[in-house]
Design a protein around this ligand. Structure first.
Ligand code: FAD
Length: 435
């Protein structure tokens, strides 16, 4: 019998497995994909990593904690090799992070100003934004720019590779091509039926404890143990498009203009459909490939297995391209439509909870009884990657029964990411119904 099984090898499952292995726990991670991670919310080389938030912000906490944990992981990996070739820069690209607001969102901006964070950002309105940041704003807009080491982008694919390496070196196991098809608990023991993607054979693994971190597939993994989870987590499709400035036009840009493009990435608009963009990679000629999308352009998904290969919708692509062009115009760089080239586009998946706050929590079984031998890490929505090891720390403490940390912010995070039961029934549950 296994001690702890983690289901799902995206950023969340791999982070919690690493934390458990680091603590000396016997842990096995099951991942349905092969070693090359192609279909999942954590696919790709860039996600915005940002620390800015109001006082006691749990999302700033998980981000800052992730930075610290990545540092520890790198240190460990370097002690294990003579070449010492692991660096923070493999995972993080530090750059200013721009947030665009409307003036009527001033309350949210005001909350950013507190003593500890005072020097981490600057802000400007229509009058001063061009002078301060080289960005032309409308009268009713405000730009906030965060400057902090390791804020910028985080590279999921590089981090996954390092976490897997760490897990192996600490004696943990990662089993690829292993799809969980059934999860039940009998007489206090979890029975996990798995399908081997290579041999097509089914086997059953027994385990004392289980962590479910299957991203958008969390609901289907829990269909027997906690069938009510389809009311807690909903997968949503989000289109990602990669654009570049056509080579001929890029060559015409001055050094100052190119510098300004890089300085203005990543960008996260808090307005409307929440346009975002960031540098995914840089071509040999110095031209950035910019990943862009709209956080709030979310669609329901009929067939989760098909969504990864679904053709991008023209209407969504058009919206992203228009926003891309407009943002360049705000930098006083004017591009014709044909000077913006689509490099790639694919559908990615958010898994979101009703409240949009992620879950890292013990859950109730199908009979409504809380089970402390199971933890779910899911519903990460758009704030997962930057905080993956923060969520991993909490998940590892919950599953091992460790009291966790004594800081107020840690406790607040555990509370806020906890208890799906309470979130499902924000008011009194109907009499006689437990779930
Ligand atoms: C378009 C988009 C933009 C985003 N932007 C940002 C951003 O800027 N900043 C940020 O911090 N976050 C961002 N995120 C969020 C972040 O990428 C996700 O929250 C995070 O990657 C989720 O990781 P996960 O491990 O929960 O899910 P996944 O990466 O999907 O991992 C789940 C894993 O479980 C495996 N699995 C599923 N079912 C089974 C099964 N039955 N058996 C075995 N294995 C199984 C899957 O193959 C997968 O590998 C964005 C997400 C999207 C979609």
């Amino acid at each position: 019998m296994e001690n702890i099984i983690v289901i799902g090898g995206g950023l969340m499952g791999t982070s919690v497995t690493w934390k458990l292995a680091e603590q000396g726990e016997k842990v096995v991670l099951l991942e349905q994909q092969s070693e090359s991670y192609d279909n999942g919310s954590s696919y790709g080389a860039a996600r915005i990593s940002r620390s800015l938030g109001p006082k006691k912000d749990i999302f700033s906490f998980v981000h800052n904690r992730t930075v610290k944990e990545v540092g520890k992981l790198i240190e460990f990996l370097n002690t294990e090799t003579t070449t010492k070739n692991h660096a923070m820069e493999d995972v993080y690209s530090t750059s200013p992070v721009s947030y665009l607001y409307k003036k009527d969102q001033y309350d949210a901006i005001r909350k950013l100003r507190y003593k500890k964070q005072r020097y981490d950002y600057r802000r400007a309105s229509g009058n001063s934004a061009f002078r301060k940041f080289g960005v032309t704003l409308k009268e009713d807009e405000i730009l906030v720019r965060e400057y902090k080491t390791h804020s910028g982008t985080i590279n999921p694919s590089a981090l996954l590779e390092k976490l897997r390496l760490g897990i192996n070196k600490k004696g943990g196991q990662v089993k690829f091509n292993t799809k969980v098809v059934k999860l039940v608990k009998k007489e206090g023991v979890f029975e996990i039926e798995v399908l081997n993607g290579k041999t097509n054979k089914k086997t059953t693994i027994k385990a004392k404890k289980v962590v479910v971190a299957a991203g958008p597939y969390t609901v289907s993994v829990l269909k027997d143990f906690a069938p009510y989870f389809n009311r807690i987590i909903t997968p949503k499709r989000v289109l990602l498009a990669y654009y570049k400035i056509a080579d001929e036009r890029f060559q015409q840009l001055s050094e100052l203009e190119i510098k300004s493009i890089f300085a203005a990435q990543p960008m996260f608009s808090q307005i409307g459909k929440e346009y975002f963009s960031m540098v995914e990679r840089v071509e040999d000629n110095g031209s950035p490939i910019i990943k862009a999308g709209g956080h709030q352009i979310r669609r329901n998904i009929l067939d989760l297995d098909k969504v990864w290969d679904l053709a991008p919708r023209k209407k969504e692509l058009k919206w992203i391209k228009k926003k891309f062009r407009k943002y360049m115009e705000m930098l006083e760089i004017f591009l014709k439509k044909k000077e913006i080239e689509l490099v790639d586009a694919y559908n990615c998946v958010y898994s979101e909870t009703r409240t949009k706050v992620p879950l890292v929590t013990h859950i109730k079984n199908q009979f409504g009884a809380l089970d402390r031998d199971i933890v779910v890490i899911g519903g990460m929505s758009g704030v997962g990657a930057k905080g993956c090891l923060g969520y991993g720390v909490i998940g590892a403490n919950l599953i091992t029964g460790n009291a966790g940390e004594s800081s107020k912010i840690y406790k607040r995070a555990v509370r806020k990411f906890g208890s799906p039961g309470n979130r499902l029934w924000t008011k009194r549950p109907r009499r006689g119904r437990l779930f």
